[in-house]
Design a protein around this ligand. Structure first.
Ligand code: DI6
Ligand code: FE
Length: 409
């Protein structure tokens, strides 16, 4: 027996499908069957036979509807916070100095290791719900604050549990190569060997959708990242990389060489890195929250990415050190004001391109028949308003996998 059909109509649809700016459809209708979009288009074109099958008919009175938003780069699972480091940075300490002095990521590792599974889950679920209240229906969650076999697996299990218990699609990324834990001081190559070993175990337990690393002078060298990526390749796992956030180690080109889903940050990426990403079809994930919070002044190569046709995604990078924000809509605004992206590019960055960055490019990120029925009804008339307002939540209703999950709490 087929699932009951629900008709949502009277919508201004920003489908994000090619053909028209924003894929805009006026007087649009969406027909939902189970968790899937059965039909999407202008209401007058909806076949009468299909319309008759709808058990429920919901008129949206002209409201804007977009695909569910996708936050494709977050570090949601951690204990503690770093407000004191924030104060130290305001007094002149640099992010790198704090990291080298044993603070930074490693101080969050200490706080994460002492937290119980229940505490980690509660904190991560609260953060996820804050994102969801603004229309987020899919997130990526990285490990990277456990940095031991036991604690990395614990963080990944918490991430998986979010996907089981919340109305949210969750993709889990293993980021053991985030920083060198104190047990391995002076032995980064041994640490990478250990991370490669854990990866196989995490994968066998079904905890990993992708593998990430922090390629940086305060993280890991391209040679170390290469070894990790070779292990990921042997396990059949896709890769992505924190590349060129603070300096240019040619990480974007390395990621592209491995056919990475995405290379993220990219403030210091050069033309050769952009060209390599374009050839490989690697998505550029831009993180204006980290750029803002670290008071970075060097812009990612937006013009080069645009002219070379590299898809650009936008994400929160939510983490306690460089981007403690939990508003994806604010990231849209910052992508426009700080990075000079267009509002349409910004929305594509949290829908169609974010889906691609998670390997969900065929099923998520657009309002199109056959895709998962994830969409948001906004208290807005035009799609460019999404990037315009900030500090206000215009999310009115959210449907995830065909089920209405509510709007803001
Ligand atoms: N880059 C980032 O922006 C986060 N991780 C990374 O590799 C920051 C992590 C932190 O400071 O806790
Ligand atoms: Fe990050």
């Amino acid at each position: 027996m087929s699932a009951p059909l629900t008709l949502w109509r009277g919508a201004r649809l920003a489908t994000m499908c090619p053909g028209a700016p924003w894929g805009l459809v006026e007087d649009g209708a969406l027909l939902i069957e189970g968790s899937t979009l059965r039909w999407v288009g202008a209401e007058h074109a909806l076949p009468a036979a299909l319309a008759r099958q709808a058990e429920q008919d919901i008129d949206l009175g002209g409201a804007l509807v977009t695909p569910g938003l996708i936050d494709c780069h977050t570090h949601l699972v951690y204990g503690g916070h770093r407000a004191t480091e924030f104060e130290l940075r305001l007094q002149g300490a640099s992010y790198d100095d704090l990291a080298r002095a044993g603070g930074g990521i490693r101080s969050t590792v200490t706080a994460t290791r002492v937290a119980t599974d229940a505490q980690l889950y509660k904190l991560a679920a609260q953060r996820a719900r804050t994102l969801m209240a603004e229309g987020v229906t899919t997130i990526e969650v990285k490990s990277g604050y456990g940095l031991s076999a036991e604690h990395e697996a614990r963080c990944l299990r918490v991430a998986r549990r979010l996907g089981r218990e919340l109305p949210l699609t969750v993709r889990c990324t293993s980021l053991g190569a985030h920083a060198l834990p104190h047990e391995f001081t002076g032995r980064p190559d041994d640490y990478i060997d250990a991370v490669c070993g854990w990866l196989a175990e995490q994968h066998a337990e079904g905890l990993v959708d992708a593998v990430d690393a922090f390629c940086e002078h305060i993280g890991f060298t391209p040679q170390q990242v290469r070894r990790l990526f070779e292990t990921a390749r042997r396990l059949g796992l896709p890769v992505k990389l924190h590349a060129e956030q603070l300096s240019n180690l040619h990480g974007a080109a390395l990621a592209a060489e491995f056919g990475a889903l995405s290379a993220d940050h990219l403030e210091y990426t050069d033309d050769a890195g952009v060209a390599a990403m374009a050839r490989a079809g690697t998505v550029a994930v831009l993180l204006p929250g980290a750029y803002y919070f670290l008071r970075e002044t060097r812009l990612p190569p937006i013009t080069g990415l645009r002219t070379q046709g590299v898809p650009m995604a936008i994400a929160s990078d939510h983490n306690p050190g460089s981007s403690p924000g939990l508003s994806l809509l604010l990231m849209l605004n910052m992508a426009c004001t700080l990075f000079r992206m267009t509002p349409e590019e910004a929305l594509a960055g949290v829908t169609v391109h974010a889906a691609q960055a998670l390997g969900l490019g065929a099923t998520h990120g657009r309002l199109q028949a056959g895709r998962q029925a994830d969409f948001v009804v906004w208290d807005l008339a035009a799609p460019n308003e999404l990037a315009y307002w900030f500090g206000r939540n215009p999310c009115r209703r959210v449907v995830q996998a065909g089920i209405e999950v509510g709007g803001p709490d």
